[in-house]
Write a protein that binds this ligand. Structure first.
Ligand SMILES: [Zn+2]
Length: 191
C-alpha cells in the first residue's frame, strides 16, 4: 500500500474486484484508484502490469468500471441490461489486445501487447465481466446486503446464499451493528 491512498480490496473474481475499487457507492464513497498511478498499481497486483497510465486512460477505466457495475447490478436483479453500459463493455473488450498464456505450472497468465497499455488490461477485465454477466461461470451475481454498499459480487458459495460483497468489511460491520443493536435492546444479555 502506498502511503496516503486507500488500500485495495482483494477478491478472486477480476471484474468484481475491479468494480470494488469504488466502495460504499450508496454511502461515503471511497475511490481506491484516485490517481493514474494507483490504477497502474491495481493492475500490477491483478496480473495486468502496464507501463504507464494517463488521466484519460484512468477516466476510461472508471467509465468501464461503472458500466460493469451497472450491468452486473441489472443481471443480479434480473433486470434488462443497460444498453449504454453493454456498449462500453463490448468496446473495451474489442480494443484490448491480450493473449491467455499457459505457464509450465499449469496456470493462466495474461500477456498484454508490447508495450502493455491500459486498454489491453481493460479488455481482459471487460471479457471477465462478460463471462460472469453472461452466466458462463459457476456462480451467481448478487448484491451486497449492506445498504451503503450494494456492490454487485459473484457468489461462488455452494448454497449461493452469500449476503455480503466482503466478509471482512461489509459482513463484519453488519454483524457488529446487529450486536450493538441487540445490546441496546437487551443491555444485560451480553455481560
Ligand atoms: Zn458490500
Amino acid at each position: 500500500m502506498r502511503a496516503g491512498f486507500p488500500d485495495f480490496r482483494l477478491g478472486n473474481v477480476l471484474a468484481t474486484s475491479f468494480t470494488g475499487t469504488l466502495t460504499e457507492r450508496h454511502g461515503n464513497a471511497v475511490e481506491r484508484i484516485p490517481t493514474p498511478q494507483r490504477l497502474v498499481d491495481w493492475l500490477a497486483e491483478n496480473g495486468l502490469a502496464v507501463d504507464s497510465c494517463t488521466t484519460a486512460q484512468l477516466e476510461l477505466a472508471r467509465e468501464l468500471r461503472e458500466c460493469i457495475h451497472a450491468a452486473a447490478t441489472a443481471a443480479a436483479i434480473q433486470d434488462a441490461l443497460p444498453a449504454s453500459a453493454v456498449h462500453v463493455i463490448n468496446d473495451c473488450s474489442i480494443q484490448g489486445r491480450a493473449a491467455a498464456i499457459l505457464t509450465p505450472e499449469g496456470n493462466r497468465r495474461w500477456r498484454l501487447s508490447s508495450p502493455p497499455c491500459v486498454e489491453d488490461a481493460l479488455g481482459v477485465i471487460a471479457a471477465d465481466a462478460i463471462s460472469i454477466i453472461a452466466g458462463e461461470r459457476d456462480g451467481k451475481l448478487a448484491l451486497c446486503a449492506s445498504p451503503t454498499c450494494q456492490a454487485a459480487f459473484f457468489d461462488t458459495s455452494q448454497s449461493r446464499t452469500r449476503r455480503w460483497c466482503d466478509m471482512n468489511t461489509c459482513g463484519n460491520r453488519q454483524k457488529k451493528a446487529r450486536f450493538s443493536a441487540n445490546q441496546r435492546k437487551n443491555p444485560n444479555s451480553a455481560k
